[in-house]
Design a binder for this molecule. Structure first.
Ligand code: MG
Length: 404
């Protein structure tokens, strides 16, 4: 059976008033969750995530069970916000490593949502296992930015996936090929933003003990500014009893192929005896495939974005900034749907920002739209409380400022 030792540290940092990160580790499961949300709800979201994952993680479960534990955490955060309106919009990242059962033994598997990271350390060298779910990193994957550009891009902190925002969250989940003596570091962005990979590699590796390493990592992140909450869970494998099976790695690397194996299209063709049956069968299959593809492309395009708007529950109530899924104005028969009513009151925004809300600006995810809404609300508060200039001056200043 795979076994590990672990050390854990979490720190509020030097700037934030509250620590919204939550951490957990035992002999089978380790988790870092980085909570976010107004009205001090972030630490509630990250605590719910850890509580739910601990409860739903199965000792003899497989990788799908592990993913389901993350999905259960997502649903629990959404349900909590539904019954506690002051926590509306709270969310959390999660990065976790758990031991799942296989025929040969127990296998370490990493799951993640958001920009908290998992690194693997071997003989003093470091490799990042997780991909950040941020706007800048998505653009790197699409070839629109280089990794170096993404590292300093203003939208590198804007998340495209978090727990607590959308009902259908999709965690990344993959097994790790580990050796005895390897270490895995789970950390929040308060650590990875402050320290270079070289520094992390040095501090997280032997000859430092696990306890020394997590203390050094947190102390060094604070020395570099400590601008966010800092969390680290470091594990070291004593025994690794199972390695990822090749087919599991293949399936995870290319899930699109798993549902489109060529023999499925070929099977009905074998039954046809004549050339014309074969040809007409192929034509029908190709036609249906083309129609399905067009539908999928339209559906994907219609649902792939989010935008801000205003929402009031009745004509007499206040309007709130709301997040809609879909294309502004709709696309064919796909109409936008309301997904989140934020706690931000529309009339609290500056006049210019209210125009931005109504400008049909498309965001890549609900989380990105939520952060945009929060930025507009913050801006409204700053303008309303932090300046003595006239409304006219404030408005024209804001209009002149380019978005983003
Ligand atoms: Mg953070």
């Amino acid at each position: 059976m795979t076994s590990w030792r672990y050390a854990v540290s979490t720190d509020v940092g030097l700037v934030r008033e509250l620590n919204e990160d939550s951490v957990f580790a035992d002999g089978r499961l380790a988790i870092v969750a980085d909570g976010m949300g107004g009205h001090a709800a972030g630490e509630i979201a990250s605590a719910i995530a850890i509580d739910q994952m601990r409860t739903n993680f199965l000792d003899r479960g497989d990788i799908e069970d592990f993913v389901r534990a993350v999905e259960a955490a997502n649903r629990a955060i959404i349900a909590d916000a539904d019954t506690n309106p002051e926590r509306l919009g709270m969310g959390t990242t999660v990065v976790s490593v758990g031991l799942v059962a296989t025929e040969n033994g127990t296998l370490p598997v990493v799951v993640n949502v958001g920009d908290s990271r998992a690194y693997q350390l071997r003989d003093g060298a470091l490799r990042q296992l997780t991909a950040d779910h941020s706007v800048a990193e998505e653009w790197v994957r699409q070839g629109r930015l280089t990794a170096d550009e993404a590292a300093v891009h203003p939208r590198r902190h804007q998340l495209t996936r978090t727990l607590g925002i959308e009902t259908n969250v999709r965690p990344d989940a993959f097994p790790v090929a580990a050796n005895a003596g390897d270490r895995l570091l789970l950390c929040s962005d308060g650590l990875s933003n402050e320290l270079t990979a070289d520094v992390i590699a040095e501090l997280a590796s032997a000859p430092h003990t696990l306890e020394e390493s997590v203390a050094l990592l947190v102390a060094q992140a604070n020395r570099h500014g400590g601008r966010d909450n800092i969390s680290a869970v470091l594990i070291e494998f004593d025994v690794v009893s199972a390695q990822p099976p090749a087919n599991l790695l293949d399936d995870l690397a290319s899930p699109a192929f798993a549902s489109a194996r060529p023999q499925q299209a070929g099977r009905p063709l074998k039954r046809g005896s004549s050339f014309f049956t074969w040809r007409s069968g192929l034509f029908v299959v190709a036609l249906l495939g083309a129609i399905a593809s067009i539908y999928v492309v339209f559906y994907w395009y219609a649902k792939s974005s989010y935008f801000l708007g205003s929402y009031r529950s009745s004509p007499a109530s206040a309007a709130y900034v709301a997040i809609y899924e879909g294309q502004p104005g709709g696309l064919l028969w796909f109409k936008p749907t309301l997904v989140v009513i934020t706690p931000y009151i529309f009339s609290d925004l500056t006049v210019a920002d209210r125009k931005l809300v109504n400008a049909d600006i498309v965001e890549p995810s609900a989380a990105a739209a939520l952060i945009h809404a929060k930025n507009l609300d913050d801006h409204g508060r700053q303008v309303h409380t932090g300046t003595t200039t006239t409304t006219t001056t404030v408005t024209s200043t804001t209009v002149a400022k380019p978005k983003g």
